[in-house]
Write a protein that binds this ligand. Structure first.
Ligand SMILES: [Zn+2]
Ligand SMILES: [Zn+2]
Length: 118
């Protein structure tokens, strides 16, 4: 059995809950509202309608969690903080090993609202 997936930001670590949106299973922390997207999952979900994403958009932005460094919930690699491809203003936590992305609460919404790149 796989170990429960732990939130990279919460201390003590909270377990992530899987949420299925349009057949894509993502892992969300109900404690801090952050969401883990495995490789390519974010790209598949970000353009969906707001009502479809409602379970993921809940949660208040939390500067404390945002500033914290975390480890990848998959294999423990330290996440690096990078500007999102979609909007450099939104700093996300990225695992270069498995290409997963952690979004803190509120960041999914910010990415969706980001002006398209010209
Ligand atoms: Zn958390
Ligand atoms: Zn990883």
């Amino acid at each position: 059995m796989l170990d429960p997936v732990k939130c990279p930001k919460c201390d003590p670590p909270a377990e992530l809950e899987s949420v299925v949106v349009h057949e894509v299973e993502v892992d969300r922390c109900s404690s801090c509202g952050g969401i883990w997207f495995d490789r390519s999952e974010l790209g598949r979900l970000i353009e969906l309608e707001e009502q479809d994403l409602a379970p993921l958009l809940a949660g208040k932005p939390n500067e404390g969690a945002n500033q914290r460094h975390g480890a990848c919930p998959r294999e423990g690699q330290e996440l690096i903080r990078v500007g999102a491809a979609r909007s450099r203003d939104v700093i996300v936590d990225f695992c270069w090993k498995c290409q997963g992305v952690w979004l803190d609460a509120g960041e999914l919404e910010r990415l969706r609202n980001a002006p398209p790149k010209s």
